[in-house]
Ligand binder design. Structure first.
Ligand code: OGA
Ligand code: FE
Length: 276
């Protein structure tokens, strides 16, 4: 996107939810916290941000530079609400798609989230869109995930380049409500990435919460269809060149029609291993 003036590029001005800067380490419980403990200690900070339509540059985006790409790729999965279909049909598709897009020698899909505001309820697995801007993995949790999931092979795999990439797709299109905003990784400063604990009953995860910086450039793909997917590179161990992290979060698009259905989406997480 170099050389393009983004000032007059098509897009919307919309609120994005960042984290208010704070002194303590942020945490968030993924289950009912012990009595007397708050669910999360970080406060949101909403900023109006220009979010540029990235469709006009879609053919020039790169996972190594901006940290996200748009692909046109239908899925053979009959229902993305069917857990068995997701792991049996959709995971292998995502693995192939990532291998083709990156040249990786091995891809291991390991987790997914289905989001639908109308169906999400206590006790089921379906979630709401995630409005707080974040990055899924940190310099600590990315290698930790490799160790958790790859067993005896982990240490050998960690000696080579590896990444964590999400495949994000609407379940139904056109996606009109709560689109996903994506930060150009080249404009994301490490000082705005705040390591934050995610507390599960059986383990601790770590993500980056993100504080606002006027230097960040934000993008989205309006009206995504179910045969389109965005790859989001959340972590890359390659220390040179490419930014190693990215950031994303859902937002309320002022152009969403009042009668638009709630957003339905699925994201699959994958560990990605390279030869070099
Ligand atoms: C993700 C993610 C948020 C959303 O795909 O990692 O955070 O609202 N998605 O879809
Ligand atoms: Fe995420």
């Amino acid at each position: 996107m170099d050389g393009l003036t983004t000032l007059d590029a098509q897009g919307v001005v919309a609120p994005l939810t960042f984290m208010e800067p704070m002194a303590e380490k942020p945490f968030s419980y993924n289950y009912e916290p012990p009595s007397g403990t708050v669910l999360r200690n970080a406060r949101p900070q909403t900023r109006q941000v220009k979010i540029i339509d990235a469709r006009q540059f879609a053919d020039r985006l790169s996972l190594d530079r901006e940290g996200f790409v748009l692909l046109h790729r239908p899925t053979a999965a009959k229902s993305l609400y069917d857990e068995d279909e997701i792991t049996r049909v959709y995971y292998p598709e995502c693995e192939r798609l990532i291998a083709e897009a990156t040249g990786a020698v091995r891809v291991h899909a390991f987790d997914h989230i289905v989001r639908n505001a109308a169906l999400s309820a206590k006790g089921n697995q379906i979630k709401q869109p995630a409005t707080r801007v974040h990055n899924d993995y940190t310099a600590w949790s990315a290698p930790q995930r490799v160790r958790d999931l790859m067993g005896a092979e982990a240490e050998e795999l960690l000696r080579h380049r590896y990444a964590e990439i999400n495949v994000w797709r609407p379940i139904r299109g056109p996606l009109l409500a709560s689109p996903l905003a994506l930060c150009d990784a080249q404009t994301l400063a490490e000082e705005n990435l705040i390591a934050s604990d995610l507390l599960y009953r059986d383990r601790k995860g770590e993500i980056y919460s993100v504080t606002y910086n006027p230097g960040q450039c934000w993008y989205y793909f309006p009206k995504m269809q179910a045969d389109e997917a965005v790859l989001i590179r959340c972590f890359d161990s390659a220390p040179h060149g490419a930014a190693r992290f990215s950031a994303h979060g859902a937002f309320d698009d002022p152009e969403t029609p009042l009668d638009a259905p709630p957003r339905e989406s699925i994201e699959v997480r994958a560990l990605v291993f390279f030869k070099d």
